[in-house]
Design a binder for this molecule. Structure first.
Ligand code: SF4
Ligand code: SF4
Length: 453
């Protein structure tokens, strides 16, 4: 029953309290249940499972033919099967209102007490990746913007229980001194306001020497996203430095050095995939398995390069999410785990931070944005830090936050909605006026199989 520790809170009661009433004489009463609208059936290694997107849990059903479907939508199972499926939210008491549960889930998500800030200590970068959408106009964060940020945080933190900061850029490690200075002050504020604080960073990894890594851990930066675009020969064509030189060797060396640490941290090894990258991807996967496969802190992640803003100024040959599966399959077959994908497929796991009312991006010049992809789109600049305050254009802010399941019939009737709520990419919604479905939606069964042990 411990499994009921999910975002739905008290609305789901443990099955034992709801229906497992033992009658005199030790006979269990059979009750009518309904089959949740949010069930996905899939098979893995000849076993059949159902995953419920609203509870985020799955259960095995050895044979779906065990399920008797009586009149209307109500169904009765054998006792053992009932309990397992009921615990996973796959079967519900017939009077449960799933729309209400969905709304409650979203309310809990928006009111989870976490302030999420993405901070750009600099917008400069030492690389010139061929698919990059940034223009590097702004430099490092000025002292006055830093001061404004800290005054603003001091005023707003009493309203929160947790603060999560994601350092971003440009290349944030070009301004590692600013990260350290701000982190030291933020740690003091977190003590003053008695809130939890930790952080992550998206870095190209070229400057992440052992010494810098230790300094970052002292700033409570425990989550790392570092990109390798496949093997050296493809990476060095796509992720070049300002002098047009490849960067694979230095990043790989830094990753191997990180592995020597005995500290707790996690690295997502993001692999951007285009048709070019796939030419040597099997070798790359073998190397990752050999060098990092024994260390759960390193997690391999494939992403099909997408033209999110319609401005990709390169002749890069894009590939669909579907083309990733042969590589996932191979990686899994040699023992690479994709367990961490479970957090994406959990309820609310694919809502973009740009749709989160408690999330914002602070530019190095003090401008406030919602999304890290479209800095040049005026709709993305929702305010600025001034005199220690965040001056926000709330009409613009709402454009990013109010869409999806509140307004779209497509989303309200979709069984994937507890995961993305139609808020996978508010930018695309603003540009194209319709909710884009996550690429994972179409292939959920394949991903469910992938995550299965
Ligand atoms: S709004 Fe879209 S483009 Fe912007 S960060 Fe979210 S998913 Fe990415
Ligand atoms: S965006 Fe697509 S996948 Fe998400 S809830 Fe709407 S219809 Fe479903």
């Amino acid at each position: 029953m411990k499994k009921y520790n999910n975002v739905l809170g008290k609305l789901y009661k443990p099955a034992s309290l709801i229906y497992r009433k033992k009658l005199a004489g030790g006979i269990y009463k059979l009750k009518k249940y309904k089959y949740s609208k949010y069930n996905y059936k899939y098979t893995s290694n000849n076993h059949t499972y159902i995953y419920n997107t609203l509870s985020g849990m799955n259960a095995e059903v050895n044979s779906i033919s065990n399920i008797k479907l009586p009149e209307k939508n109500n169904i009765i199972f054998s006792e053992g099967l009932n309990e397992q499926l009921h615990s996973a939210g796959i079967l519900l008491d017939s009077n449960v209102n799933e729309e209400l549960l969905l709304t409650q889930l979203f309310y809990n998500y928006e009111n989870n007490g976490e302030l999420f800030l993405i901070i750009l200590p600099t917008e400069q970068c030492n690389l010139r990746c061929i698919y990059c959408y940034e223009d590097f106009k702004n430099g490092i964060m000025s002292t006055s913007v830093q001061e404004n940020l800290l005054i603003f945080l001091d005023s707003i933190l009493p309203h929160y229980k947790r603060l999560y900061i994601s350092w971003f850029g440009g290349e944030p490690l070009l301004a590692v001194n600013i990260i350290e200075k701000l982190s030291a002050e933020i740690i003091k504020l977190s003590v003053k306001h008695q809130i939890d604080f930790h952080a992550g960073i998206t870095t190209n990894g070229t400057l992440l020497s052992s010494e810098i890594f230790e300094r970052l851990l002292n700033c409570r930066i425990y989550d790392y996203q570092i990109t390798l675009d496949g093997a050296k020969e493809t990476h060095d064509k796509q992720r070049i430095n300002v002098n047009h030189k490849g960067t694979f060797d230095v990043i790989y060396r830094n990753l191997l050095d990180m592995k020597k640490s005995d500290k707790q941290f996690g690295v997502i090894l993001r692999t951007n995939i285009s048709k070019e990258t796939t030419t040597s991807l099997y070798n790359y996967i073998d190397n990752i398995k050999n060098d990092f496969g024994d260390d759960k802190r390193f997690m391999l992640h494939f992403v099909a390069i997408a033209d999110l803003t319609g401005t990709l100024h390169t002749t890069i040959d894009l590939c669909d999410t579907y083309c990733l599966f042969q590589y996932y399959k191979y990686a899994k077959s040699i023992g690479i785990s994709f367990d961490f994908y479970k957090s994406m497929f959990k309820p609310t796991g694919m809502i973009c931070y740009a749709a989160n009312p408690n999330a914002m991006v602070i530019g190095s010049d003090g401008k406030i944005y919602k999304c890290t992809v479209a800095f040049n789109n005026p709709v993305n600049t929702i305010g600025e830090l001034k005199n220690g305050k965040a001056l926000i254009d709330y009409e613009k802010k709402l454009l990013w936050e109010q869409n999806g399941f509140e307004t779209s019939i497509k989303c309200t009737t979709c069984k994937f909605s507890p995961i993305c709520f139609g808020k996978f990419c508010p930018l695309e919604k603003i540009i194209n006026k319709k909710e884009p479905c996550p690429p994972f939606y179409k292939y959920i069964n394949t991903y469910l199989q992938l995550m299965h042990k």
